[in-house]
Design a protein around this ligand. Structure first.
Ligand SMILES: *Cc1c(COP(=O)(O)O)cnc(C)c1O
Length: 396
């Protein structure tokens, strides 16, 4: 393993040196007043990254998956009806979790590569005049397919039907990298983890609750102990936890928020968009296509690239790891073997991205695909050159 190479997986992402150092602190007694100086700035920073003024931020020693579980178990009761779409592996796994908790999920099957079917959501919500649906699930960025969805449109579908269901958004691979508007979209619960947009090691589930979601915790009957937000809120009131917090990661998280807010959220989003556009320029120069069906759903954090029929895309991932010490993502579920994924989120520059594009080219050529070395790199170079003034503005 060569630690000089950036990773091109959609999480965990590359960890900036300053964040590695921020996580590496001597033991802090989490029952001392010093702990509050780490906890509260981290929660305030996350709230700002979510573009919220009022969200209650809870941070668990866990991962994004634990964040899903916190969302469900704190607000719902067995048998509650949930509306969800399955358009990739992550939305599938969230639905699976609902089923295991005895929730009653109405699943809208959606072709992988498409965004959330907001028109179907609108019809279903309108037809639910007795308001049996208690929560709507929305995966903002489907990491398996490289597809982003329109959360504002999901909110519109709810409001258009005058429907009181809670809106839960999986923002694990979007928050901190792509525009996310907790307050404006009236999100009830946002879920993420530490190891994607926040550029930290894995180990934290990070969730934001609206006032309405907090109110739902009073009536929710699903069992919860570790993920109980009422216990957590009581702890926070005393600058403490109901158990032992990951103090180093929390310190890293407040530093990560300072980095993102210091760069400026709009600049962070513009950088991710520019980097992604360069990757997409390379993909078309290769004569390949994305799994994402149209530009309006292209993700700025991960590209799932279809390889020719009969070719096992997973071979690219194995070959890159073995021969070049570079990590790409494989296909998951329905698209296993059909796509490979270039993750392009977190601590990344145009120039770092060129190395990933160059490596993908070497792998595809090695494995016999009809790829001209340098073709994708040149397309991305042209794009980054043409947009370099924007890059310099971001840095300034
Ligand atoms: C990574 C990811 C998850 C799972 O998060 P873990 O931290 O691995 O538990 C969930 N949803 C999306 C969209 C993701 O990208």
């Amino acid at each position: 393993m060569n630690f000089q190479n950036p990773v091109f997986i959609p999480g965990p992402t590359n960890i900036p040196e300053s964040l590695r150092k921020a996580c590496d602190i001597p033991t802090v007694d989490h029952r001392s007043p010093q702990f509050g100086d780490i906890l509260h700035p981290a929660r305030d920073g996350v709230r700002q990254v979510l573009k919220s003024t009022s969200a209650e931020i809870f941070i668990f020693p866990s991962t994004g998956t634990g964040g899903w579980e916190a969302a469900l178990t704190n607000t719902l009761s067995a048998g509650d009806k949930i509306l969800a779409a399955r358009n990739g592996m992550f939305s599938h796994r969230w639905i699976d979790m609902c089923n295991r908790h005895g929730l009653n999920v109405e699943v809208v099957e959606t072709p992988w590569g498409e965004g959330l079917p907001v028109d179907r959501y609108a019809d279903i919500l309108k037809a639910d005049t007795e308001h049996h649906i208690k929560a709507v699930l929305a995966t903002h960025n489907e990491t398996a397919t490289g597809v982003k969805s329109d959360i504002a449109a999901v909110r519109k579908a709810l409001d258009g039907a005058n429907h009181p269901a809670l809106l839960f958004v999986d923002g694990v691979s979007s928050i901190g990298s792509m525009d996310f508007r907790f307050d404006e979209w009236d999100v009830d619960i946002a879920v993420t983890g530490s190891q994607k947009g926040f550029m930290l090691p894995v180990g934290l589930a990070i969730v934001g609750f609206s006032e309405k979601a907090i109110a739902a915790t009073r009536f929710a009957r699903l069992p919860r102990t570790f993920f109980d937000v009422q216990d957590m809120a009581k702890g926070y009131a005393d600058s403490a936890y109901p158990y032992t917090p990951s103090v180093g990661l929390l310190n890293g998280l407040s530093q990560a928020c300072r980095m993102l807010l210091g760069e400026g959220l709009e600049n962070v989003f513009a950088r991710h968009h520019r980097i992604a556009e360069g990757v997409r320029a390379a993909v078309s120069a290769w004569g390949l296509t994305l799994c994402a069906v149209s530009p309006d759903v292209y993700s700025d954090t991960v590209s799932a690239i279809r390889t020719p029929d009969g070719f096992d895309a997973t071979a690219i991932v194995a070959h890159a790891a073995k021969n070049y010490g570079v990590a790409f993502g494989g296909g998951l579920g329905q698209v296993a073997g059909k796509v490979f994924r270039i993750g392009h989120l977190g601590s990344l520059t145009d120039v770092m991205t060129l190395s990933g594009i160059a490596t993908a080219e070497m792998c595809m050529a090695d494995l016999g695909l009809d790829i001209t070395l340098g073709s994708g790199v040149a397309a991305a170079q042209e794009f980054y050159r043409a947009n370099a003034t924007i890059a310099r503005k971001d840095a300034a």
